[in-house]
Write a protein that binds this ligand. Structure first.
Ligand SMILES: Cc1ncc(COP(=O)(O)O)c(C=O)c1O
Length: 396
């Protein structure tokens, strides 16, 4: 079949022998999101019985038992469509946040919400501003609809440089969104209240306040540093703010895919129209509604994370492997400096020992590995694996 290189509409042609279908250039060049390696796949590939996965910033305690009960209960009505308005969950969130129900939008994970917001407000050729090494989903969602990501350099200590981000917003006319994950994944680094206060007041002045600031607080429940600002305070002050939150981390139901956005109803209006009517399934809605009430589980999860973080900090210190300070449920470790190996190499060696960690080469950080904080026993297994790889590396 004859293949054209480009068409009059500026589209490229799929380069397989069997198709002559136009696809946009930005889809052709899209680097898809690479998830953490699954446990089942690792067991199969390496013939292992036991595998520890510390690769996707999941909750090592499992799901909230109350959420599981609610999920099971909801399964009795699987013949019915979900409540598209997510009434119960929004009511719960409204209570929790002291805001009206109309300020909430529920998504199939907060990832879906990033995608929906961009689809609702942007046209092809518009731009978003992100920092280098920001959570990669922003860039992927943007490219899927032909948006351009303007990436600004981090500081030398791997923090977001909000001054550079502000300058990028000012100098690029077509910027519609700026994303500030706080703390960021995979770096674990954060911006302070002082920095964010200034940034927000300046962004509000750019092009009549038409740039939307997305404050992604996926890891907020793990935060211990009082310098990190509570996000809802900005909602009250500025109309162009979206706060993203998720049930995938501290609430332990990543497998169900529930996240939510908080914003002024005027900002949520267009997104309500763009989302599919039943974007979150019924058992997931029921489980999230109950997970929200399970305060004891949230508290325990945050506590386990603090303990695990201490365990890692101590072990990495003893192994002389440098890492970045983190306010999330994960830690970014410089294995290149500490072990003389690339992140990918240590990842491969760990797999053989039944430990899945996360390489971050796709973030431009090939010398690092990201490690999710597990239970004390899981952490110990992963620390032992690193120790033995380090020892055999030293003896080479
Ligand atoms: C910063 C950040 N935001 C959002 C998400 C996605 O969360 P969800 O599972 O709600 O889509 C993640 C997941 O790892 C994340 O690291």
């Amino acid at each position: 079949m004859g293949l054209r290189q480009s068409s009059p509409r500026g589209l490229v042609v799929a380069n397989t022998p069997n198709m002559n279908i136009d696809i946009p250039e930005y889809i052709k060049t899209l680097a898809p999101y690479v998830p953490g390696k699954p446990i089942s796949e690792t067991k199969r590939e390496f013939g292992l019985k036991k595998v520890v996965k510390l690769a996707s910033n999941e909750n090592p305690l499992g799901p909230s038992p109350r959420a599981v009960r609610a999920y099971r209960n909801a399964c009795k009505e699987l013949n019915l469509y979900p409540d598209s308005s997510a009434f119960d969950l929004k009511r719960g969130l409204a209570r929790e946040h002291h805001l009206p129900d109309s300020w909430f939008l529920i998504g199939n994970g907060s990832n879906e919400l990033m995608d929906l917001f961009m689809r609702s407000f942007c046209i092809t050729g518009d731009e978003i501003v992100i920092s280098e090494a920001a959570f990669i989903a922003y860039k992927v969602c943007a490219q899927v609809i032909g948006l351009k990501s303007i990436e600004t350099p981090m500081t030398s200590d791997y923090r977001f440089d909000l001054t550079k981000m502000l300058n990028a917003i000012k100098s690029h006319e077509r910027v519609k969104f700026v994303f500030v994950p706080n703390p960021n994944n995979p770096t674990g680094t954060w911006v302070t209240k002082e920095e964010l206060d200034h940034f927000m007041s300046e962004v509000a002045k750019v092009r009549g306040g038409s740039v939307i600031v997305v404050l992604d607080y996926a890891y907020w429940e793990y935060v211990t540093d009082p310098k990190i600002p509570e996000p809802n305070q900005y909602l009250k002050k500025y109309p162009n703010v979206v706060v993203l939150r998720t049930f995938s981390k501290v609430y332990g139901i990543a497998g169900l895919r529930v996240g939510y956005a908080i914003a002024h109803p005027d900002l949520l209006g267009p997104v309500q129209k763009v989302r599919q009517p039943f974007n979150v399934n019924a058992p997931a809605l029921a489980a999230a509604t109950e997970a929200l009430k399970d305060r004891a589980f949230v508290k325990k999860s945050a506590m386990i994370n603090r303990m695990g973080m201490k365990q890692w900090v101590k072990a990495l210190g003893a192994l002389k492997i440098p890492f970045l300070p983190s306010q999330g449920n994960f830690i970014l470790v410089n294995v290149n400096k500490g072990m003389g190996m690339w992140g990918n190499e240590v990842f491969q060696e760990c797999l053989k020992k039944g430990v899945i960690l996360r390489p971050v080469t796709n973030y431009g950080l090939p010398e690092f590995l990201r490690i999710s904080i597990g239970t004390p026993a899981e952490n110990k297994t992963a620390i032992e694996a690193l120790k033995s790889i380090n020892a055999s590396q030293g003896s080479k």
